[in-house]
Design a protein. Sequence first.
Length: 118
Amino acid sequence: MDIEEFYAHDERRRSSIEIELGREWRDAANVRYELSWIEDTGELYIMREPVPEFFEDPLGGFHVDREQIEGLQVHVLCSMSSHEHVVETLKGWEAAMVAPDGISWLSAQLDAAGLGGQ
């Protein structure tokens, strides 16, 4: 869902303390994500930056198809009961975030804690 739908779906998200866990997460395709935890809902979520569609013109120039650009997309990964639980589960996230495909590390950490696929 887009960011506006996300906040509109549960008003507690707007007023809650939100703890950011990095803005430079990348997947295998080098798409950037932000990771955050919302205190009042317990939600750990990622927000993906818009991914534009590019095309090349006959002269070798690259262009963005503005109609294909999606807005910020949000995906709730899991619920975690406390900030301490987040810190414990994601210990070492700062180093993992800047590694290539840090999103895979994040997924593996959540799976190991029994929180993946929610």
